[in-house]
Design a protein around this ligand. Structure first.
Ligand code: SAM
Length: 225
């Protein structure tokens, strides 16, 4: 696993203890992948919050990050990451950079990360934050990630962290053979977590998991503008 807590970050003994407790809570809730649990235990989630709200960082809850968006609940991050099956060196596209927390978890797992955010204010804030924290390895983009990043395809893994009305066709097309897409699909109230594995050029296997509630995926292959 690559280094996770940047040397300069204010990550105290107390924060590390809170993360250990969070990891135990995620284990009790059914997360089994040791590498995913180790990454959650390593990334300082409080540094992705405004300092005034830092005390919320290690509760297993989503939290507002401005612009009407949220940092996903730790359980959701762990579950999506577990379903994705990330291994070092894989090319991973994340749609919905948000705070940059999930992106940092993917970097910690050794992935080659491409992450795209629709909202320019969040994009600029998150680029700056990730630079300050030393998470400099990801390729960050601002734009409509519902249509993927065709210039950088194919991807071994694609993770969508916002709710799609249906499987986004451009993302399916940008999966490598053997690649995996994890995306919540449903209406604007509730979505089912879906995992799609590309078995060949024109065959895809679909599996469905639990229900979640995400903010909507905007854009051409999402809910529109
Ligand atoms: N992964 C994020 C994190 O770790 O903080 C949480 C993501 S938040 C639940 C969903 C994000 O998806 C929001 O920041 C939202 O602006 C973004 N989003 C929505 N539609 C998008 C699109 N078409 N392309 C890229 N990002 C999109």
């Amino acid at each position: 696993m690559s280094s996770s807590v940047p040397a300069s970050a204010p990550d105290s003994y107390r924060h590390r203890g809170q993360r250990r407790a969070l990891v135990e809570e995620l284990q009790r809730k059914g997360i089994r992948d040791e590498r995913v649990l180790a990454a959650i235990g390593a990334v300082p989630r409080h540094l992705f919050f405004e300092q005034a709200f830092e005390s919320h960082a290690y509760h297993d809850k989503a939290f507002p990050i401005g612009e009407g968006q949220t940092i996903s609940q730790p359980y959701t991050v762990a579950h999506q990451t577990e379903l994705l099956g990330v291994r070092p060196g894989l090319r991973v596209l994340e749609v919905g950079t948000g705070s940059g927390y999930q992106c940092s978890v993917l970097l910690t797992l050794g992935a080659q990360v491409f992450s795209i955010e629709y909202n320019r204010v969040l994009f600029e804030r998150t680029c700056q934050r990730m630079g300050q924290l030393g998470y400099t390895g990801a390729h960050l983009f601002c734009g409509d990630g519902s249509v993927g990043l065709p210039a950088y395809a194919p991807f071994d893994r694609i993770l969508v962290t916002a709710a799609a009305p249906a499987l986004p066709r451009p993302l399916l097309q940008q999966l490598a053979i053997g690649g995996v897409l994890v995306v919540p699909v449903g209406n604007e109230q509730v979505q089912r977590m879906v995992r799609v594995t590309r078995e060949s050029a024109d065959s895809f296997a679909r599996e469905e998991f639990d229900e979640f509630r995400f903010v909507p995926l905007r854009g051409a292959a999402g809910w529109g503008e």
